[in-house]
Design a protein around this ligand. Sequence first.
Ligand code: UT7
Length: 321
Amino acid sequence: MYASFRSVGACVPDEIRDNQWFTQRLDTSDEWIIKRTGIKQRRIAKSDEQTSDLGVKAAQVAIKRANIDKKQIDLVICATISPDYMCMPSTACLIAQKLDLGHVMAFDISAACTGFIYALSIAKAFIESGMKKNVLIIGAEKLSNIVDYTDRTTCMLFGDGAGAAIISSTENKDEAIVDVQCSSDGSLNDLLMTPAVHSDELSCMQMKGNETFKIAVRTLTSDVQKIMEKNNYNNDDIDLFIPHQANYRIIKAVGEALGFKESQKVLTVEKYGNTSSASIPMAINECYEDGRLQPGTTMLLDAFGGGLTWGSAIMKFSPNI
Ligand code: UT7
């Protein structure tokens, strides 16, 4: 049995927060933000809109596009660092309930910006082992809940949003997810963290940006080289290179080191900023909606985030048609 990437969906909150919002409140400039990050706007969820609500909206689109009955979903995995509740209930349980999926197995994972790739890896393993057939994976974030809007070194980077996908079993090897590779290094945990240990409040994200930036470029480049070599892929075998959208300069540096053409690179950071675990499925969704993602399109994903965690994946888009 193989696992295949059947469908994608996303939820983009309505409110647009541009760079002027930050320049009016902090010692920063539109020019600095664009030059150092490539970000012009990000989306912000409403105060009564929770991470699970964003996840539900993205999941509804993915389920519809997968051409399956929602009752066929037998596992829900939500990757998030901004859950509705701090420890429990999990956001995945809330999403499953709001979607009326019955007593389905549902849990969250915490792998920061690499969360969607970790979820993909878990879904693949459950399907290949024969335990599950249709897995709903979601990356959903209301990062505006955990951003310190007085910290000019981080706050302009992040936005809210969600993306979802249906991963299903198939006997057709041509449809199979080729490989997913996930790693971590806890010794660098202090580069990106929410430091509260036992607090009744969610604390805000803190990041050693410049150090993280350099490690991200190095790590992502070698991780992609590793998965490409392992699977005997070269750049021409990849249609879309879809990296985590943290900073335009990181994507540019990694893309150049790997030798990808502009036409292969997918960029959404300008419009949405960094939406952590949601950024990759939101970017895949963008490609679906503008026609770049077609049946058989080969995608290369890569991500890097707090933990530290990182990962990459090679897969084909294999819709049920
Ligand atoms: O998604 C998970 C992984 N995340 C990442 O990979 C993000 C990694 N980091 C980054 O994207 C970048 O490091 C940042 C965008 C956060 C910062 O860019 P940078 O080029 O690394 O700048 P820097 O931290 O080295 O700061 C350069 C200068 C400093 O001033 P001095 O010391 O040179 O006088 C900062 O104080 O820019 C200053 N600065 C700002 N100036 C205007 C920092 N933030 C701002 C700001 N506006 N918002």
